[in-house]
Design a protein around this ligand. Structure first.
Ligand code: BDP
Length: 334
């Protein structure tokens, strides 16, 4: 054997060895792609803390097979866009309000019907039971795996003009709503003008008078500083819309059954934590907005608001007859 062929063999062997070594090191890192999470809220918000704790638990329990990062403050885009991105697998997970999801996932619209839940504890019970399971099925068909139902309290009106005590007080007001036709119908049923708009644009719009008011829960009203530019907060509590920690089905399908179980358990645990943090944050936010000069009014009689919603229900059931059972499951629950 000539020196050259020996050398060639040696060269080939070391090339192969290198390839294997690279493979051995490369495989786990390639599998452990960093997942990216979308979040619209500021970093100290209960949702954000829930998402961080979710990722931490997932990384620990999968021993680093799944790691990632949450992008807070909506830097990965608006919510309707992000829902699409997660469905397509361009973003791996997100924490979404079921409100803007209704445009693509009809089942989620059921919880956007005004006054459908009677209380927050009732909402928890129903979302953790049959209603939540049905909604999750609808989501899965559209490419989203729900691994935790987060709390977003109840939404109430705030305006820069006046306190709301009756549906007539909404008449003539320009009110920002989340991107969903249902919410446009809801405001129109009270004689107001609805403006669907991205969350990030509301502060400026309130400030410059593009809209007169909006509606949200206390932590969002406070964390966005909307309370600085819309000082009447009227506790209508017309919408109790749960939120979802959702994984892209495309990403989900790349994981082993064992890792999927870990992710599910971490999602559930993070929802328990988020719900607990939520209660405390609601109180803190109410204190902060009042200290900041917000006038808060309770609404003595919510019945006129509920009655005004009759056409919203009628239209929804006429357009979605197949969702009647799900509506009744929630509406008729104790
Ligand atoms: C907040 C939700 C957030 C929505 C926002 C909105 O947590 O997901 O984007 O309301 O009104 O309460 O757009």
């Amino acid at each position: 054997m000539s020196i050259t062929s020996n050398f060639k063999r040696l060269a080939l062997c070391s090339a192969l060895a290198l390839t294997f070594a690279a493979g051995a090191i490369g495989t786990p890192t390639a599998d452990a792609k960093e997942i990216r999470g979308w979040n619209i809220h500021v970093e100290d918000y209960p949702v954000s803390i829930g998402m961080e704790s979710f990722l931490k638990e997932v990384a620990e329990k999968t021993e680093g097979r799944i790691t990632g990062k949450v992008f807070h403050n909506g830097v990965l885009g608006s919510q309707p866009d992000a829902i699409e991105q997660v469905r397509l697998g361009a973003i791996d997970f997100g924490e979404f309000s079921l409100g803007p999801m209704g445009q693509v996932i009809p089942e989620t619209n059921v919880v956007s019907l005004p006054f459908i839940f009677k209380s927050i504890p009732q909402m928890y019970r129903l979302m953790d039971g049959e209603a939540g399971a049905k909604i999750a099925e609808g989501m899965e068909k559209k490419g989203l795996i729900a691994v935790g139902w987060y709390d977003a309290g109840a939404r109430s009106f705030y305006t820069s003009k006046r306190a709301i005590n009756t549906p007539d007080d909404v008449t003539g007001l320009k009110v920002r709503v989340m991107n969903n036709d249902l919410f446009v119908g809801m405001i129109e049923a009270m004689g107001g003008n609805a403006t669907p708009m991205a969350f990030g644009e509301v502060f400026q719009s309130l400030k410059t008078g593009v809209v007169d008011g909006a509606e949200n829960n206390p932590p969002s009203y406070e964390s966005t500083n909307h309370f600085e530019v819309a000082k009447f907060y009227s506790l209508s509590e017309h919408l109790i819309i749960p939120e979802c920690l959702c994984i892209s089905k495309r990403t989900w399908d790349t994981w082993s059954a064992e890792d999927q179980e870990i992710v599910r358990a971490a999602g559930k645990a993070s929802a328990d934590l988020q719900r607990e943090l939520w209660q405390a944050r609601e109180m803190k936010s109410m204190e902060k907005v009042q200290a900041g000069g917000t006038t808060v009014n309770k609404i003595a009689d919510k019945a006129p608001f509920q009655e005004a919603m009759a056409p919203v229900y009628e239209k929804f059931l006429a357009d979605n007859p197949d969702l009647t059972d799900l509506v009744n499951l929630i509406r008729n629950a104790d």
